[in-house]
Design a protein around this ligand. Sequence first.
Ligand SMILES: Cc1cc2nc3c(=O)[nH]c(=O)nc-3n(C[C@H](O)[C@H](O)[C@H](O)COP(=O)(O)OP(=O)(O)OC[C@H]3O[C@@H](n4cnc5c(N)ncnc54)[C@H](O)[C@@H]3O)c2cc1C
Length: 443
Amino acid sequence: MATIWENINLPPREKLKGVEVADCTVIGGGLAGIMIAAELERRGFGVVVLEADRVLSGATRGTTAKLTAQHGLIYSKLSQKISPMTARLYYDSNREGVEKIRRLVRERDIDCDFSDISTAVYGRDDDSAISREMRTLEMLRIEGEMIHPRDLPFEVKGAVEMKNQAQFHPLKFAGALSKNLKIYEKSPVVSLEDGKVTTPKGVVRTNYIICATHYPFLNIPGFYFLRQHQYRSYALALGTDKKPERAYLGIDDNLSIRSFDRGIIVGGMGHRTGYNQKGGCYMNLLATAKRYYPKAEVITCWSNQDVITHDGLPFIGRYSVFSPRMFVATGFNKWGMSLSAVASNIVPDLICGCENKYEKLYSPFRTHLKAAAVPFFEDAAHAVVGISRGMFSKREERCTHLGAKLQLNRDDGTLECPCHGSQFSCGGKVEFSPAVRDVREKK
Ligand SMILES: Cc1cc2nc3c(=O)[nH]c(=O)nc-3n(C[C@H](O)[C@H](O)[C@H](O)COP(=O)(O)OP(=O)(O)OC[C@H]3O[C@@H](n4cnc5c(N)ncnc54)[C@H](O)[C@@H]3O)c2cc1C
């Protein structure tokens, strides 16, 4: 379904045909790919972007676009499971990410409904997790404040506010950045090797490859399919005057609420991708929203998914030890706005041989056993079950990534892989990677 952002017309780009030469090839025209490509071009590289479908037609078109360094309860989680130093670095990098987008909007005079706002996480049933997050912010000397908001239509026990954050129109922003980039659309990359990227009708010979496809489709090397899964959530745009002054995230009801010019966007009712055979997510979200905003009209609704890593940190850096000229940006854990900006500093720095103080934090080679062990085994169990079921299924019911049995998402009428989260239209067309091949259509 159409998202609230799809009210802009980006001019179509040609398909890649024949042989092209570039210093850097960015695969994937989402926010991460566009920001990385724009930064590389600013630094003087010749850049080509290859997009499987249309630019900004992936997860970025379905985001709620809160641009913030406040990512749920991330600071208490990282401090506890990894270290306070990790949490502080995560904050610094995301704060810089928010500032980078703010600066680009100002310097390039991008009309993208950018507004400076505060963000807040709230607890409705219990404020112990909220208080813990506040104590962690104090310990890490990160600016935050305990508040009792009055701009929400329900009572909360407590909330932590972070000032000087923002919200914007992601497609207007990224669309403006993409304007002068050399982009080929309808050009899915089907294979990669050192210095060569291949699409069905063309080839790019290149020094550096950047994989910004949301979920990497190349399994070996890198083994990203063992390290992350996908999570789908639902969103409703409602026409109302009752707009909150901040953008919110509830830690117990898991609702996300922000304003936009015509009203509010309410998000929630998420599930691991591949686990919505019964449906009802839109209905439940609508019922919840109507309880709090009874007079609001539904403008549109949509769903979207993001990539979840085991330790809560994205993978930004060299793709693998065996591919020093190939880079990756994935696993944004539902916070890809600021993190795309972070990636757009780290990847170009690595290519230029410049030091970047966040390189180790986001390195795809890191190991955080304490944080990652349990989610690793959970993901492995999902993969074993899904792939085993796939062995006894018909070909058109199997995911083209690793053969797991696809499941119907009854709300969207799509087919989803419960292992790694590839999504296909009901006709079998790939809509979300890691799959690259369509499922053969039923006769
Ligand atoms: C419901 C929801 C709400 C969210 N709200 C927020 C928020 O408020 N704030 C925030 O910071 N984050 C939010 N996020 C997360 C954010 O939307 C994502 O992290 C971000 O958009 C990911 O951008 P991307 O560029 O990595 O991926 P994408 O936008 O998906 O871009 C990847 C592109 O790669 C292309 N591609 C894939 N395979 C190939 C191939 N083989 N060849 C060529 N191209 C290929 C795809 O077509 C796609 O266009 C939210 C996520 C969800 C699910």
